[in-house]
Design a protein. Structure first.
Length: 726
């Protein structure tokens, strides 16, 4: 935890009340107890035979017993008296807070199924062991498992076993729930050649459940290709390229939960961090890990990680792009060491009646050696006095003295040595250094020579140099430069694991900033090249991973889409040839037709039409509704909603069954999803960005936020790439 102290204070610990009720209220169709939740005519014969009451009663009894066992585990934890086992109050405090976390983690959430699956194995040709798979481990009074944690090795087969590779499983059973009660189950006999492979209706129902509130966990329905990423080794960095809605964020969060389970001690020491693009996104995802019992994960934006200066300025795109260029790292490296000056005078140390003289050329050798070793600036600065002291000690020994370590320490602290070190290796303030680089043309030229051309150097310089650190209008990219300079001076502590979401938007210098926070750990890098909407967005994962310092990372691709209906993703994918020519269109597990409506309206009638479309959707459908509009149109459509008497939320505010409409500026739509999306004026969204490709990418992001349907309204002609589809 010490290392985490360098991060901004823990953000909203993963806690929030109020979503549970709304989840159960929108938990899908209601069915009588004991009946499967899947309409009978959609069921294969195997599922229908599984509807008989007896097995359901058996499973419900196991659920009730598991709940009782969980309550007993919690009561045990609450009853623990730690006064006798702790040596002092500090230990007691630490132990008590761990205990409190455990008690919290053992809470039984009434509407969250304690287990969602069952695995049966065979033994000697007869029935063998069977395991219930759930969100957390539950054991009975004898310590025998009632429910196995989904992250345990045993549970892997639940996600990966198939007819082709049954992994010794004879039966996989999935449970359907309604408000915490088992209402259905579905069996797959993996070793039965007569049973045809089929897709799971329960799985489909779970995936298609209307969305309200923050992101949910997907433990019950993780897909085999996702599971491979979730359970990848902690030592290696994994990069996931995936089209919108393929589950990248979900996979990243479940990976953290998995790693904390499999390597809890190590990661508790070193820490884990989830990095997201903005605050609304972080609020949207913040409940997933607590729902999985993980409360100790930090989350931050890149801007928060590098908040060493107050950011008040905005760079024009070409300037920001240049400041984010990896070449800036070399300019900074040179500038940080610029103050190192070779000595002109010997160092003379007086001790008692003797004077010891280390000639200038010998001190220079020591300095050069430290420079070549490439250690951090301050480490070298700390090492130099000891090196000089060592040179003095050698002379003492030659003169017949027998100095010990204490003498070396004393010499290193001698005023003459200190003064020499101060002159040779002066202290560097990273903020002042960057300030000087951006305001002093000569200083910049001296260190950028051969790296940046004259035009680039001009671009970097502030038009009017600020008077000091406080009055400077620092930009977001400047803060990253300061972070780099700080790391050159003193090593940034590394965490055990970092999940970097929406990674495609980072500049090379931002990748470096994230990379130093996992330099001795590993990372999960998630993104989609087609959704890159910054002027410096990465064009290739190989380049991004190299800047991150993890060039060896494996790049996996997810192509199965869980969010966007087929018709909508096909429409949005019309943009792909213009925005990311190499990328394939995502598939969709959502088949239903009629999810897409494109409506042209007369000029002047757009605002009213948009409000009317929102009212129509709110009246006719359940789930959340997102109205996405170009940032410059938000005020106008907001006024239209007000006029129509439609209250709305801002992104990141939690939707509930009573407040389902959110007005989302296009710039904040990334990573979010809404059950139904009304999209205002695509042309304005494109025009809101500095260039057409970025505009089309922004539009691609906005078009792919919908879970069950999308209505596009436009008064201006649609962008040519979309018009073809319309
Ligand atoms: N295996 C799964 N089972 C059920 N739902 C899933 C599964 N995988 C993903 N989802 C759901 O699909 C939706 C999209 O997932 P997610 O936001 O993680 O996708 P993404 O790839 O990060 O999208 P984007 O690129 O748009 O940010 C979420 O609601 C998520 O819960």
């Amino acid at each position: 935890m010490r290392k985490l102290a360098r991060l901004p204070p823990p953000r909203r610990p993963f806690r929030r009340a109020g979503s549970a009720a709304c989840r159960s209220e929108t938990g899908g169709p209601r069915h009588a107890r004991g009946r499967t939740a899947v309409p009978p005519d959609h069921q294969p014969p195997e599922a229908r035979t599984a509807m008989s009451a007896a097995p359901l009663d058996h499973e419900r009894a196991h659920l009730a017993a598991s709940r009782t066992a969980l309550r007993a585990m919690r009561a045990d934890a609450e009853a623990l008296d730690i006064t006798d086992v702790t040596a002092n109050w500090v230990n007691a405090e630490v132990l008590q807070s761990e205990l409190d976390l455990r008690i919290k983690a053992l809470a039984d959430l009434a509407d969250t199924p304690l287990f969602f699956g069952r695995l049966d194995y065979a033994k000697d040709g007869g029935p063998g062991e069977s395991f219930y798979i759930g969100r957390r481990h539950v054991h009975d009074a004898d310590g025998d498992p009632m429910v196995i944690d989904w992250r345990a090795p045993v549970s892997q087969a639940f996600y990966r076993a198939s007819k082709k590779e049954p992994m010794d499983v004879v039966l996989r059973r999935r449970f359907g729930y309604d408000r915490g009660e088992i209402t259905a189950y579905e069996d797959e006999h993996l070793t039965d050649p007569a049973e045809a492979a089929r897709s799971s209706a329960l799985l489909q129902r779970e995936i298609e459940r209307p969305r309200v509130g923050p992101m949910r966990d997907i433990v019950a329905t993780i897909q085999p290709e996702q599971d491979v990423i979730v359970r990848a080794e902690v030592g290696g960095t994994v990069c996931v390229q995936g089209a919108p809605g393929t589950g990248k964020t979900a996979v990243g969060l479940h990976r953290v939960a998995y790693l904390l389970y499999a390597h809890r001690e190590r990661l508790a020491r070193t820490g884990t961090l989830v990095i997201g693009p903005n605050d609304s996104f972080l609020r949207y995802i913040e409940q997933v890990l607590p729902a999985l019992g993980e409360l100790e994960v930090q989350q931050a934006t890149v801007a928060e990680l590098v908040a060493h200066v107050a950011v008040r300025g905005v760079d024009p795109a070409p300037v920001a792009r240049l400041k984010g260029d990896a070449r800036m790292a070399e300019v900074l490296r040179r500038a940080v060491r610029a103050g190192v000056t070779m000595p002109a005078e010997p160092v003379v140390v007086v001790r008692g009646s003797r004077r010891w003289r280390v000639p200038a050329y010998e001190v220079e050798e020591l300095v050069r050696e430290l420079l070549e070793r490439g250690i951090r600036y301050n480490s070298a600065r700390e090492a130099l006095p000891r090196r000089i002291a060592h040179a003095v000690l050698v002379r003492m020994e030659r003169a017949g003295e027998a100095p010990d370590d204490r003498v070396q320490d004393a010499v290193a602290r001698n005023p003459a040595v200190k003064a020499a070190v101060k002159a040779i290796w002066p202290a560097v303030d990273p903020v002042k250094l960057v300030l000087r680089l951006l305001s002093d043309a000569e200083f910049l030229a001296a260190h950028a020579e051969g790296i940046l051309d004259a035009d680039e150097q001009r671009l970097l310089l502030w038009e009017k140099p600020p008077r000091g650190v406080r009055s400077a209008r620092w930009s977001a990219a400047d803060a990253v430069l300061v972070d780099e300079a700080r790391d050159l001076v003193e090593r940034t502590p590394s965490l055990g694991h970092v999940v970097l979401d929406e990674a495609q938007d980072l500049s090379p210098m931002q990748y470096r900033a994230v990379g130093r926070r996992c330099s001795t750990g590993s990372a999960t890098v998630l993104g989609d090249i087609a959704q890159g909407t910054t002027p410096w967005a990465t064009e290739s994962w190989a380049a991004a991973l190299a800047h991150l310092g993890k060039p060896e990372a494996a790049v996996e691709e997810l192509t199965q889409g869980f969010r966007v209906p087929r018709e909508v993703i096909a429409y949005a994918s019309r943009l792909l040839p213009s925005i990311a020519p190499g990328l394939a269109e995502a598939t969709s597990i959502r088949e239903s037709a009629g999810d897409l409506a494109i409506r042209g309206v007369p000029p002047g009638a757009l605002d009213g039409a948009v409000a009317a479309a929102c009212a129509e959707v709110l009246g006719g459908r359940e789930g959340s509704v997102g109205l996405i509009a170009a940032d410059g149109r938000v005020a106008a459509v907001g006024a239209a909603l007000d006029a129509a008497g439609l209250p709305y939320l801002a992104p990141g505010e939690e939707t509930t069954s009573a407040a389902r409409l959110t007005l989302v500026p296009a710039s904040l739509a990334k990573g979010l999803e809404y059950d139904y999306v009304v999209l205002d004026d695509p042309a304005a969204i494109v025009a809101g960005e500095p260039d057409e490709r970025t505009g089309l990418r922004r539009l691609y992001v906005c078009l792919t936020r919908a879970v069950s349907g999308l209505t596009v309204l436009h008064a201006e002609p649609l962008p040519a790439q979309l018009a073809a589809a319309a």
